[in-house]
Design a protein around this ligand. Structure first.
Ligand SMILES: NC(=O)c1ccc[n+]([C@@H]2O[C@H](COP(=O)([O-])OP(=O)(O)OC[C@H]3O[C@@H](n4cnc5c(N)ncnc54)[C@H](O)[C@@H]3O)[C@@H](O)[C@H]2O)c1
Length: 252
């Protein structure tokens, strides 16, 4: 097999960073799109001992011109794109929907939905040319069921579930698969600040997973790597919960 080229959006932190490490271990060349430039050297350094070449491209996913520049960069540097993990996101806004502001709607829709869509358009064009493609999107348990105070986030994540299914069908005959992972509560920079600021909530988040432990980025990364492999080619249009049973039902 030729060396595969993979994109990870939001690859400098949390789930994205964990996935960059796993891909690099497996020998993928990896391009990271992110905005936290100051973290890039450390992530690249961590991957130095592995087979895959990791490069960073500053790309603010709120900006269409930067997204285009990002994909031009991949084309120039590697001449192809085989796999993409659309993962970048931030902030779980927890409040009753009537208190949500227009700015918050624009922010969450912008990063959690529109950025996925814009990236996918570029990814699909490159993968179609390539004759091979694997796309993994990031939804959430909140993209399958909702919960109190989570309407906006949940609406965005449900949008990703629908997008994944629809695009999977569009490209099913073209050796391109599109799936999504729905993480449970994963201990990342998204959650870690709660340890100091809201310790009770932090403890509650861990128990939200039926295993009563936080998931770790590698729990997700290993599934993404599997979905990137040729052997997974009959899995398409699925939303895979990786959550120790969170969306399976309720416990006593
Ligand atoms: N951590 C969890 O428990 C959990 C659960 C379900 C779903 N998710 C989803 O997983 C994804 C990753 O979450 P995480 O916990 O790893 O978060 P994180 O904060 O650790 O990492 C997110 C990354 O996205 C990047 N990013 C943010 N805005 C960006 C922008 N405009 N342009 C480019 N990059 C940008 C950040 O710089 C960061 O590196 C998100 O989509 C999140 O909704 C997380």
């Amino acid at each position: 097999m030729e060396k595969r080229v993979a994109l990870v959006t939001g690859g400098l932190s949390g789930i994205g960073k964990g996935t960059v490490l796993e891909l690099s271990k497996k020998g993928y060349d990896v391009v990271i799109f992110d905005i936290q430039d100051e973290k890039a050297d450390a992530v690249i350094e961590l991957c130095k001992e592995f087979k895959g070449n990791v490069v960073y491209k500053h790309c603010d996913l709120f900006k269409s011109n930067e997204i285009k520049e990002g994909f031009d960069f991949i084309q120039e540097k590697f001449g192809r794109l085989d796999c993409a993990f659309n993962n970048a996101g931030f902030g779980i806004l927890s409040k009753p929907f009537g208190e949500v502001t227009e700015k918050e709607i624009d922010m969450e829709l912008g990063i959690l939905v529109k950025a996925h869509m814009m990236c996918m358009i570029h990814e699909l064009r490159m993968m179609k040319e390539n004759g091979y493609g694997r796309i993994v999107n990031t939804t959430s348990g909140a993209g399958l069921v909702s919960s109190q105070g989570m309407a906006l986030y949940s609406a965005c994540k449900h949008a990703i579930s629908g997008l994944t299914k629809g695009v999977a069908l569009d490209y099913a005959t073209q050796n391109i698969t599109v799936n999504a992972i729905a993480p449970g509560t994963i201990e990342t920079e998204l959650i870690l600040p709660y340890k100091e600021t809201k310790p009770d909530e932090y403890a509650m988040w861990a128990k939200a997973n039926p295993s009563e432990r936080f998931g770790q980025p590698y729990d997700i990364a290993r599934v993404v790597v599997f979905l990137f492999e040729e052997d997974s080619d009959f899995i398409n249009g699925t939303i895979i919960p990786v959550d120790s049973g969170c969306v399976a039902g309720t416990r006593q």
